[in-house]
Design a protein around this ligand. Structure first.
Ligand code: MF3
Ligand code: CO
Length: 291
């Protein structure tokens, strides 16, 4: 339960302003939504301006690392080279790759090729060849603050069908982002992503979604794409989460490699694409923090 604040108390967000001039209206809106049975964020999910600044510093590294990879990734490159580059560039800029040793994950980055859905292990045995599509998923810790985003890359000559999957998946993510509005609902985003994928004949993985992020790698809320407009958690300003749909050309079903417990594949062997951005809900709209 949250503490009740008096008008002239310092606001709980740490802004230094009086409660009445800061988050009083915010709390009233949250309370109203809760009484209407909506899911609402708890105070610890709302990023303070000071936290947002720190997270943006972390994201600068994350974006720079993905930019670095995008200039170098090419046919003939083993995905273990991507792992090396991510480790070297992240640490050179003072950050730590968040995946490394996260719940036992043994690499600095996830590299997921073709029918691999996510959490692919970089390997000297996986050599990028013409026609491959690959997701490179980078996450950075700087001074304890987390950033997380991923991009697709198309290697050499890619089949037009695969190219379309990659492009539509990016459109899904951006349509989701456009649906993020202060005091809207997470389901507005979910349905926007969902409808674009399914109207193109694709499916979206159900079991793995996006997540709150910033103070920890994975925070609440869980972010799915099979939700309806006007449902799911209230998008209060200060909420930060990822939009990262995994879009399959074939069926939704996936399986996890039971030897390593990490790598995820499409059950039917069809191609899968994913893009990820880290998003902040603001008073007036939404902002992309990492891409
Ligand atoms: N970056 C991934 C995400 O989007 C997480 C990878 S899990 C890890 O949430 F263990 F590989 F780090
Ligand atoms: Co993520």
């Amino acid at each position: 339960m949250s503490v009740r604040f008096r008008d002239d108390d310092a606001c709980w967000c740490g802004s230094g302003k009086m409660y009445v001039n800061c988050h009083k209206d915010f709390d009233a809106r949250i309370k109203r939504a809760r009484m209407q049975m909506h899911k609402v964020p708890s105070r610890d999910m709302i990023k303070t301006p000071a936290q947002v600044e720190k997270i943006k510093e972390s994201a600068k590294i994350n974006v720079a690392v993905l930019d670095y990879i995008s200039e170098r990734i090419c046919e003939g490159m083993p995905t273990s080279d991507i792992d090396k580059m991510v480790y070297e560039q992240t640490t050179k800029m003072g950050g730590i790759p968040a995946p490394l040793n996260y719940e036992g994950f043994p690499y600095s980055v996830c590299t997921s090729v073709n029918n691999q859905v996510c959490h692919g292990f970089p390997s000297d045995k996986v050599i990028l060849k013409s026609g491959d599509i690959i997701n490179v998923d980078c996450s950075t810790i700087l001074d304890g603050y987390f950033s997380d985003s991923s991009r697709m890359f198309m290697i050499g000559d890619v089949d037009p069908k695969a190219k379309k999957l990659v492009e539509v998946t990016k459109e899904c993510m951006m349509l989701g982002f456009k649906a993020v509005k202060p005091w809207g609902y997470l389901g507005d985003m979910g349905q926007a992503v969902h409808d674009h994928a399914y109207s193109n004949g694709y499916t979206i993985v159900r079991e793995i979604g996006g997540h709150g992020v910033g103070v920890q790698f994975h925070e609440e809320p869980w972010v799915g794409y099979h939700t309806k407009r006007g449902t799911d958690i209230l998008l209060a300003p200060g909420l930060m989460f990822t939009i990262e749909p995994m879009v399959n050309m074939g069926r939704e079903d996936i399986y996890v490699d039971d030897e390593n417990g990490w790598e995820v594949y499409t059950e039917d062997g069809s191609l899968s694409a994913q893009w990820e951005i880290q998003v902040l809900v603001t008073e007036t709209g939404a902002e992309i923090i990492s891409w």
